[in-house]
Write a protein of this length. Structure first.
Length: 274
């Protein structure tokens, strides 16, 4: 019990330290919000009419409006997933600057260093979600469900962000430099987010891509958020992952944490022992 309290206490100190770094480097926050806003504007107004035609129901004359409501949950999930790249870069930067060596010399839990970084990035994700919600409302997105359901949708997205940050922690700890981390932190994100239901209905993806999208945890998170927001458009999707999207999303996030938390802790021990 005392060990768990110490991990949480030390993790809180590291979390505060990382949040202060964001405060001193506001361009991180700008970078985390400007790209998603660009995606919203580009997809909503460049591709919205063409893609939205397949989503608009019989009583919906505005295909663009239907697509904008379809799009925003995908942008939310993509944004918090991309924020894991800051976890990657943060760890790589601390390693390169010798900050990890300083942490190693202190009487603190090794796990608290990783937990502090991932928790700080959740605070960043929360701020970014607030900004993205405002951007969504400005382009016509609306929540058609209860307050409790909408809050639950945001919690699912944040839980997904927390899971992604553990993958980012592991990549950051194995990256040899900030330059490598900058590429490695984003490279795997593009197939994860684009081969999914984030931007197009998953049933429109051909062959193997459609099967990958069906079982992609990112798709489950996006579909869960859409349903909780009341933004369901287009024909229903069949299959176990789609019919049990919320369960699959939560189980996927738990599996990611169970796999990558020990891997990150083991890699941190290797780095600290050098």
């Amino acid at each position: 019990m005392n060990a768990a309290v110490k991990v949480l206490s030390d993790g809180g100190v590291v979390t505060w330290r990382n949040l202060m770094n964001v405060r001193r480097n506001p361009e991180w926050l700008m970078g985390a919000t400007l790209m998603p806003i660009m995606f919203v504007l580009m997809f909503a107004y460049v591709f919205g009419e063409s893609i939205g035609t397949a989503l608009a129901g019989p009583g919906e004359a505005d295909a663009g409006a239907a697509y904008r409501e379809f799009l925003i949950a995908g942008i939310f999930a993509q944004t918090v997933a991309f924020n894991s790249s800051y976890t990657v870069i943060g760890f790589a930067s601390d390693l390169q600057k010798g900050i990890i060596d300083r942490f190693r010399s202190l009487p603190m839990s090794r796990l608290s260093v990783i937990l502090g970084r991932t928790t700080a990035d959740q605070a960043l994700s929360l701020i970014v979600l607030v900004v993205m919600t405002a951007a969504g409302l400005l382009v016509g997105w609306r929540i058609h469900s209860s307050f409790a359901e909408a809050a639950l949708a945001y919690l699912v997205i944040l839980f997904f962000a927390f899971a992604m940050s553990w993958i980012g922690a592991y990549i950051g700890l194995i990256a040899r430099s900030v330059e490598v981390a900058n590429s490695a932190g984003l490279m795997w994100m593009f197939p994860l987010t684009f081969v999914s239901s984030a931007f197009v209905p998953q049933q429109t993806l051909p062959g193997v891509l459609g099967t990958i999208a069906d079982w992609n945890p990112f798709t489950a998170v996006v579909n869960t958020a859409r349903e909780l927001f009341g933004n369901t458009h287009g024909p229903p999707v069949t299959g176990w992952p789609a019919e049990n999207a919320a369960l699959y999303a939560v189980l996927s996030c738990l599996a990611i944490i169970v796999i990558f938390a020990p891997l990150s802790a083991a890699q941190y021990r290797k780095v600290a022992a050098r």
